[in-house]
Design a protein. Structure first.
Ligand SMILES: Nc1ncnc2c1ncn2[C@@H]1O[C@H](COP(=O)(O)OP(=O)(O)OP(=O)(O)O)[C@@H](O)[C@H]1O
Ligand SMILES: [Mg+2]
Lengths: 254, 259
């Protein structure tokens, strides 16, 4: 086995005439925490969805554990998904289920854990993300946005997946809670020995959780390196992005 | 000029056929997944309750008034001779063959087809369906199959209940308003009772149940673009299933009764 967990080569994805991914090359090592940064609408979420097989790329290859996953059957995908966890940008909690049923969904449906144990496990994971046991029986719609995010996180890590995707885990949280989530991500990634791919705009969060950072711009990865290298880079695009300046090579179309 | 015309004609035509194609694929996948485990029994039971039990009041009201109206209408037609048996048989045949299945299905389409499209559509636009996939749960098995199975199983039962209530409606009008002898009316009804009439009604109901569930789920599943998209999906689900119900009603009637 090579030490690469996910290897993406020349990935293309367009919606109609709109080209979103235009030849992405990216490699994530086993146990590594990679953060992808990039402006709004550059296709970060699309990239994650391609890796998960929710969207089918137009062209290119994605290897997970050295096996091609583009174009595999639904059955194979199901198997793949059982080793992945995902925190959705918008939460995507099931609103017909209670909070604990959301967290325990993978445990009950796939790992065939009985409901009683699954509930106990769900409450344990909820506590891990800083939620009291009494939210367990609420419906997701009764929670604040930040709490929903934490429930989404709990659901993503509950099955102890090998690969975890975090789509903007700290957006919409206060700075303290953001840091709690950062710690949690580090903890769950290190604790589970998982490989993590995180998308974020939040540079403080990126610096904290990343082993390596990659920047997506105009459908390509235009820069990647460690946090140290990030601060020293001469790349104008990256510098503009991390300084959050409207002046520079990146033009925002308004 | 001609080119312009053809282009105008072509676009909706292409859209229509690609829509038909994607609906066909959706139907094949949905039906296939009804037979492949795992089965989500809890979801199925919830749908049976939603489609069946909670539709009882609507179906009851619709069919009782349908039966009553038919009794009145047919009486004014046959008022001189043997009105009793004529009214009883017209009520019986029209309720079991047509009114109970078609009216119940249209009411359920409005109630359930819309609810399915709205619920699944919301799940689609809030990425809950993607979330199901990432939790290695097949959304066709988890969401669609229980609804399709429940639709096909429950509508026939609703229609049988509707048959009884509709005939009772005719009886009430016949006895209390038109002054028929109750014993004679019941006797005439039983004499005219044909299994084929009831069975065609039940077959229709199963087909209508399938149509309602599939169109509700399909429109929800394919909806995009936030609340507006979900609203559109809901409308499309009700309109398309109602039209299909009427079309298939004609086709099935033709299959059973044209010799
Ligand atoms: N299912 C889809 N159909 C059509 N277009 C889509 C679809 N999904 C995404 N897009 C388009 O792809 C582009 C990239 O979307 P994406 O959600 O990946 O952005 P993002 O980088 O995650 O942005 P943000 O940081 O705001 O979440 C957008 O312009 C969007 O309109
Ligand atoms: Mg995004």
């Amino acid at each position: 086995m090579s030490d690469s967990k996910i290897k993406i080569t020349n990935l293309h994805k367009a919606f109609g005439k709109k080209v979103v991914l235009d030849g992405v090359d990216l490699e994530i090592k086993r146990g590594e925490s990679l953060v992808v940064i990039g402006g709004s609408g550059t296709g970060k979420s699309v990239l994650i969805k391609c890796i998960q097989g929710i969207l089918t790329p137009d062209q290119g290859s994605i290897l997970i554990d050295d096996e091609e996953v583009v174009g595999v059957s639904e059955k194979e995908k199901e198997k793949l998904h059982s080793k992945m966890g995902m925190l959705f940008q918008g939460g995507a909690l099931f609103d017909s289920l209670t909070v604990w049923e959301n967290v325990a969904f993978g445990l009950i449906e796939n790992q065939k854990m009985d409901r009683k144990n699954a509930k106990m496990e769900a409450i344990r994971v909820l506590r891990q993300v800083g939620l009291a046991p009494d939210v367990a029986d609420l419906s997701p719609s009764e929670l604040s946005g930040g709490m929903q995010k934490r429930v989404g996180l709990a659901r993503a890590i509950a099955t102890r997946p090998e690969i975890i995707f975090f789509d903007e885990p700290t957006t919409g949280l206060d700075p303290i809670m953001s840091d709690v989530i950062n710690d949690l991500i580090i903890e769950s990634v290190k604790g589970l020995g998982a490989t993590a791919l995180t998308i974020t705009h939040d540079m403080a969060s990126a610096r904290k959780i990343a082993d390596r950072i990659a920047m997506l711009y105009k459908g390509k990865i235009i820069w990647q390196g460690t946090v140290k290298e990030l601060d020293k880079t001469k790349n104008e695009y990256v510098r503009q992005f991390i300084n959050g300046s409207s002046q520079g090579p990146i033009k925002v179309e308004v | 000029m001609i080119e312009k015309f053809l282009r105008k004609l072509g676009k909706p035509l292409v859209k229509f056929f690609s829509g038909l194609g994607s609906l066909s694929i959706f139907i094949i996948r949905s039906v296939g997944n009804c037979f492949i485990p795992p089965f989500y029994v809890k979801n199925l039971l919830r749908q049976v309750m939603d489609i069946g039990f909670y539709s009882l009041p609507v179906v009851g009201l619709t069919t009782i008034f349908a039966g009553m109206v038919i009794a009145l209408q047919s009486y004014s037609g046959f008022s001189r001779f043997g009105a009793e048996s004529a009214v009883a048989s017209v009520v019986l045949i029209s309720v079991t063959r047509e009114l109970a299945p078609v009216l119940s299905a249209l009411m359920v389409a409005g109630r359930i087809g819309a609810a399915m499209a709205a619920e699944i559509g919301t799940m689609r636009v809030t990425e809950q369906i993607d979330a199901l996939t990432t939790l290695s749960t097949n959304p066709y098995k988890y969401l669609i199959a229980p609804r399709v199975v429940a639709g096909v199983l429950v509508l026939p039962i609703l229609v049988l209940i509707g048959d009884v209530i509709g005939i009772y409606g005719g009886f009430v009008v016949g006895v209390y308003q038109l002054g028929f002898n109750p014993a004679n009316y019941v006797k005439a009804t039983l004499q005219e009772l044909e299994y084929l009439d009831v069975i065609t009604g039940v077959v229709k109901a199963a087909v209508f149940g399938f149509i309602i569930s599939i169109m509700g789920c399909y429109n929800g599943f394919k909806s995009k673009g936030g609340a507006q998209g979900v609203g559109e999906a809901t409308t499309n689900a009700v309109v398309s299933s109602s039209i299909l119900i009427l079309i298939f009603n004609y086709i099935i009637t033709g299959m059973f009764f044209s010799k």
